[in-house]
Structure formats: C-alpha cells, structure tokens
Ligand binder design. Structure first.
Ligand code: FES
Ligand code: FE2
Length: 413
C-alpha cells in the first residue's frame, strides 16, 4: 500500500496532509481491520453496565458478538456469544441477569465465565466430549478504572502499556469522583455515513468549535457566558492517543458552580472542589475542575469531559469505508444527588444529544466530507506547524493519530 500520510513537518515550509483515499479505499479498510483492530486493545463496555452478580450485557465489537458477564462471585468475564457446538448465539437478550447461558438450538449450557456445564443426550458422541475445550471462547479482557477493554489477539501486550499517555487523562476524569463513575442507562446509537477516522478527527477538532457550532456560542453569549478562548492545549500522547484541553470552562458540575445553576447546588459543588484540592493538590484539582478535555483512546473510544462537567463516551467501530457504528453514553459519578443528576442529563443533551445544538451539525459535516472525498484530494492537517505551543485550535493531536495509523498500516513503497 502506498503511503497516504505525507509528513513534511520538518521541511523549511512545513506541511502535513492525508490522501483522502485513506477514508474511501476498500483495500485500506481491509488493512485497517487486520492491522489496527485485530491486534489492538479495543474499548468494549463500562463495568457499571453489569452492576450485580449474574448481570450480563451482549453487544458486538467489530462485528463479533460478545457478552460481558459478572459471575456470581462478582468477577468480570468477556465470552464470545457463539456456541461451541454449531455456532448459535447462546445469549439472545441485550442485557439482564442469568445464572447460565443455554443455547436455544440443542440446549448446550454454559457458565457465566464460558465453561461448558451440560450437554443433553451426550451418549451418542464417539468419545466423551472434552468439556475443558468446549467452552465459549474468551478474548483477552482487562479493565482500567471501570473501562473494559477486549483484544482479539492473545499476544497483545498489557493494557496499561497500550493506554500509555492516555492513562493520565483517563485518571483526570475518573479522579473527579470518589465513588467512581457509572453509565447512566440509555444509549444514543448512531450509524454515521462516514469513515471512522472522520469521527476521531472531528471530535478532536478544536478549530471548528466556534465556527460550525457558532449558533451554540451565540446562545452561550446570550446567557452571559464569555466567548470561547483559544489558549487551550493539544497533545499527541503517543500510540495514536490524543487529547485537546479547553480552558476555561463555563461551569462544571464536578466542582465549578456558576449561574444560572440553582443556588441550592452551590455548597455541594464547592465542597467538592475543596475536597479535590486537598486530595490532589491545587494544581491538579484545578486541571480536573477548570479544564474541559476531549480524549481519543486509540483506536475506538472518545471521552468528552466537556462543558458543564458532562462526560460523554463515544465508542465506535467501522462497518465499511463509509459507515461507522457509534454508541454514545453519559457516565456520571455514582451516588450523586438527584438534583445534580437531573441537571447533568439536561445539560448533556443540550450539546451532544440526538436533538442537541452540536452533534447533528457534526454528523452533517462528516457525511459531507465523506461525499467530498470522492474527488480524492488531500486533507490539510498542518495547523500549528511552525509554532511552539500547540493550542486546541491546532492539529498536532490529529498528526499524532495519523502518524501512528500510517505506522500500523505500513508503507510498502
Ligand atoms: S448450536 Fe448451540 S447447542 Fe447446538
Ligand atoms: Fe463539533
């Protein structure tokens, strides 16, 4: 495959561009499936989605049906939702509680950790069935601070090594709640008619915020909020992970109260800021509470720790060159007061919901790009080159993503 990322960032006239066939070529897509998704840790679910012993959650990852379970002792497992007998799905429901999974076809029965428990009428097999090998297969699974990751390559390295520089930013989110976070029930599932890399780019794109979304910022201004500042940061974190930081926020439920939120919530929110300062020091607490951040955990998780202190997860997987399945969920501190939870949900849906002020415009413009790519130009990704400090309106974070992507795909020239 020819090189599609052209990195001349060290040239006297620096530039960085991406050939748009990277988003449209079926051969590129096939190579991505093999070289990016088949051998990487992939975000799968949040452990709060299986809250109690016996809980399960069935969903696909890169087209492969899987089940996340919490066994009766509370341990987490991920098993393939494919019967060891002849392949039927052993779990038919999306979520619930169970003591075992029983395949509907010939009633083979499995434990929640995938071990084969029972086979009806097994006397007709020539040799006794080897139950040790006839369980549900288990991909690699590991958990980082409640985020459950899966890898289909048994040889892949440790999850913490994969997360690398992204860990610090996941910690900045997770440390905001003493009790940890939980997924608020309900998902916003979306089929985007655009390439998955457009979603990664768009979500990490600080340049477009007050342009494509100018209606949002006009509305914010009408509420008395200040204009969006341009002095946030942008960082390529290695391994394709990337982050932008936006500062200062307008207000954050975590620990930064501001009108027009009800005065009744102010003491709770301010007490939390003081507690965070005592626990983590003023500088780190300030970063947690006075900065919004948008993080890409390469390759398939976006964490938007955004305005109002809402944390949206966008988990995604490519289905073709021009189709991406996206699952959006809000995570929130466990045990927060009902009034805060209500406010959180209301704020969350203002910016990023299906009828929100921003997400529909992003979807429209990503699908517009995908159609535009049929003319196969090059996308410019050079903002910030030639400047020392990289701002959130620059593109160093995208260059880090693309450089890692190109390294994984290889360059056969
Ligand atoms: S396919 Fe599952 S028991 Fe036969
Ligand atoms: Fe946007």
């Amino acid at each position: 495959m020819r090189r599609l990322v052209r990195d001349d960032s060290q040239a006297s006239v620096p530039s960085f561009s991406v050939d748009q066939t990277a988003y449209t070529d079926p051969d590129v897509y096939e190579r991505e499936r093999e070289r990016v998704f088949a051998h990487s840790w992939l975000y799968f679910a949040h452990e709060s989605e299986v809250p109690t012993p016996g809980s399960f959650l069935a969903r696909s990852l890169c087209g492969r049906p899987l089940v996340l379970t919490r066994d009766l002792e509370g341990a987490l497992h991920v098993v393939e939702n494919t019967c060891a007998h002849r392949g039927a799905r052993v779990c038919q429901e999306h979520r619930g509680t169970a003591r075992v999974f029983q395949c509907p076809y010939h009633l083979w029965t499995y434990e929640l950790d995938g071990r084969l428990r029972a086979v009806p009428d097994d006397e007709r097999y020539a040799t006794p069935l080897d139950r040790a090998v006839l369980g549900l297969r288990r991909p690699r699974m590991d958990v980082y601070r409640g985020f459950v990751f899966v890898a289909f390559d048994a040889e892949v390295g440790a999850l913490t090594d994969h997360l690398g520089g992204a860990r610090e930013y996941l910690d900045l989110v997770c440390d905001q709640s003493e009790q940890g976070f939980e997924v608020i029930p309900g998902t916003y599932d979306l089929d985007l008619n655009a390439n998955w890399k457009l979603l990664a780019e768009n979500t990490l794109d600080g340049y477009h915020l007050d342009k494509l979304h100018r209606r949002v910022y006009t509305a914010y201004a009408a509420e008395g909020r200040g204009a969006l500042r341009r002095d946030g940061g942008a960082f390529a974190l290695g391994g394709g992970h990337a982050v932008i930081e936006l500062t200062p926020p307008v207000r954050r439920l975590t620990a930064f109260w501001a009108p027009p939120w009800p005065e009744s919530l102010r003491p709770t929110i301010e007490a939390r800021r003081i507690a965070l300062e005592q626990k983590f020091g003023v500088a780190r607490a300030h970063k947690m509470t006075q900065t919004n951040r948008i993080l890409l955990v390469f390759p398939n998780l976006l964490v938007l720790d955004g305005e109002s202190g809402n944390v949206w997860l966008r988990a995604f997987e490519p289905a073709s060159t021009s189709l991406t399945h996206i699952r959006m969920q809000v995570i929130a501190p466990r045990g927060e007061e009902a009034a805060e939870r209500t406010l959180r949900l209301r704020e969350a849906l203002r910016f990023s919901g299906p009828a929100a002020r921003a997400t529909p415009d992003d979807i429209e413009v990503m699908e517009s790009c995908q159609r535009g790519f049929n003319n196969s130009r090059e996308s410019d990704v050079s903002r910030g080159l030639g400047h020392d400090a990289q701002r959130h309106v620059d593109e160093v974070q995208m260059r880090g993503f693309w450089t890692h992507w190109q390294a994984l795909l290889g360059d056969d020239r």
